[in-house]
Structure formats: structure tokens, C-alpha cells
Design a protein around this ligand. Structure first.
Ligand SMILES: [Zn+2]
Length: 195
């Protein structure tokens, strides 16, 4: 008799398993979070830094990405100290190349042409071009040269990137970009966050 019962219950169990109504209790998989618990901030920073460096190195726009001093001994945060939100945002875009200017907007399909609208000479509208080279901004650039104390129009692309890792120069350039309304998206910020 007992064997009949056992056989019958096994049959019911098999049937239910087949039709998905009998599921063995599974232990939830526990992710390995020991690293995070030990030093969450450090782990996150390392992961982010690694991703940033790998990503930058594979991008065409990264130029001299390998040498690009994104991370100094103190990281990049001191660069942003005391900057307004708008300026900090502009500086980040200048440093990464992912910027609301023609060339990048064209790349992501947000503009029909990558060309510079300040000189209309068919140059790609990129940060380096606008800030250091564009003929349409010759007059405006004089003010920037004065504030910087150097002739930025003689800068190579690499020198330009280096200047964006120099606190004083990066701040001056960023504020000039906003003042000259090179990025229309930030024009309103002149009223909201005046210098
Ligand atoms: Zn131009």
C-alpha cells in the first residue's frame, strides 16, 4: 500500500513539475559585494576610472587620449571647484569632446552639417577650432588672449587639451565660451548664474 502511495505521489510530482506548478525553492544568487562593502567609494572610483580610460582610448576624438591628463594625483575634481553648474558642465564637455557644437551634434544626428556656423568656411565646429582657430571669432578671441595672458591661437591641439587641465586656464576658457555664447544652450544661464 505504502509503495502505491509513494508511486502515486511521485506521479503527481512529475506531472506538476512538467506543467510548471512544482518548483523547487531556489536560493537567490547572492552577488559578490565583499569589495563594495570593504571600500565602496574606492571600488566605484576604480571601476569608473578604468571605464573612462578604456573608452577614451578607443575614441577618435580622444586625440592624445593616452597622454590626456584627465586624472592627476588629486583626480579632476579640483578643476571644478567653485565653478557654477553651467561652467562645470561646459568644462566637462570641452574636456570630453561630447559637446553641444556642430561636429558632435552632427555625429549624433542632431544637426544636418558639422560645419562651423561662426566662420562658414566649412571647418568642423569643434571646441579647438572655435576657441583657438575660428576666423569668425577673431575679435572675441582678443579678450580671451588678454585674460589668459597667452596667445591661444598659437596652441596646438594638445596644448589646448592641456590648458583644460589647468585650473586657471580651464576656468578662463570656460567662462569665455559662455560669455561669447558659443553654446546657445547655456545662454539662459548668464541670467540665472551671472558671474
Ligand atoms: Zn569657424
Amino acid at each position: 500500500m505504502a509503495s502505491y502511495i509513494s508511486q502515486a505521489s511521485q506521479m503527481v510530482k512529475t506531472h506538476l513539475q512538467k506543467h510548471g506548478r512544482y518548483k523547487q525553492q531556489r536560493q537567490p544568487v547572492q552577488p559578490d559585494i565583499s569589495d563594495w562593502l570593504e571600500a565602496p567609494k574606492k571600488t566605484l572610483l576604480e571601476a569608473w576610472k578604468k571605464r573612462w580610460q578604456e573608452n577614451m582610448a578607443t575614441k577618435q576624438t580622444a586625440l592624445q587620449a593616452a597622454d590626456y591628463p584627465v586624472w592627476g594625483k588629486k583626480g579632476s575634481l579640483p578643476l571644478y571647484k567653485n565653478l557654477s553648474k553651467a561652467d562645470a558642465s561646459i568644462l566637462t564637455q570641452l574636456r570630453t569632446g561630447k559637446i553641444g557644437l556642430g561636429a558632435f551634434l552632427y555625429q549624433i544626428g542632431a544637426r544636418e552639417k558639422p560645419d562651423c556656423t561662426f566662420c562658414n568656411l566649412g571647418c568642423p565646429e569643434e571646441a579647438y577650432h572655435l576657441i583657438c582657430q575660428c576666423d569668425g571669432l577673431l575679435e572675441a578671441r582678443e579678450g580671451l588672449k588678454k585674460s589668459l595672458g597667452v596667445d591661444i591661437s598659437t596652441f596646438s591641439c594638445y596644448q589646448f587639451l592641456q590648458s583644460l587641465s589647468n585650473k586657471a586656464q580651464a576656468e578662463t576658457i570656460t567662462k569665455w565660451v559662455r560669455k561669447e555664447e558659443l553654446m546657445p544652450f547655456y545662454n539662459l544661464s548668464k541670467e540665472l548664474e551671472p558671474d
